[in-house]
Design a protein. Sequence first.
Length: 134
Amino acid sequence: RRKLQARLTEIIDSAAAQTELLQGFVACWDASDGFTAGHTLYELSCGIIGQGVQGVPWCERWLRAVAEKVWLGASLRERVGELSEVATVEQAGRSYKLTLRPEASLDQLEAALAPILPGAEDWQAAVRRLYGRG
């Protein structure tokens, strides 16, 4: 599992060096309860079902998951404050790679990233706008 996570990290780092990423993450989750490419388990836990979450407008505004390794595009990075207490922050091309510090918890990282984490209401409003109803 660790080897696969390391390889995926290398792939995303390489992509970040070549193009501007909107976001990315590497996580190891138990996906036995319904993961699909259309949504993340993090989104499901927040009541976000999947419509519209893969589009550029959503991904420029909202982070789709919190994990030990997260890449933020510039539009997401500018919406959050100081992260150095919970994560190392490295420039990755025009994006930013966050790595959870060993002494920090995912809950602490989630709290630091709160301005870019959507709730069900944010998703519902985005779906209404997508269909011209809001």
